[in-house]
Unconditional design. Structure first.
Length: 64
């Protein structure tokens, strides 16, 4: 069974929202600030879900 990722990247945000990849970078930056993370730390599906209000199951459907 293939493993799914637990990390959200700007390209994933682009696929989910239909916006540009740059928008995805800025949104992930806002999420890091919201969760008091350092710039080098990753954003998880749960953190993205908490910030955006999108259920984690719907987000994981967009991850390859």
């Amino acid at each position: 069974m293939p493993k799914k990722r637990c990390i959200v990247y700007p390209k994933d945000v682009q696929n989910i929202t239909g916006r540009s990849e740059r928008y995805g970078q800025l949104l992930l930056q806002k999420i890091r600030v919201f969760h008091n993370k350092k710039p080098h730390q990753f954003v998880t599906i749960q953190e993205f879900s908490d910030f955006s209000g999108i259920p984690p199951g719907d987000i994981s459907d967009y991850l390859y």
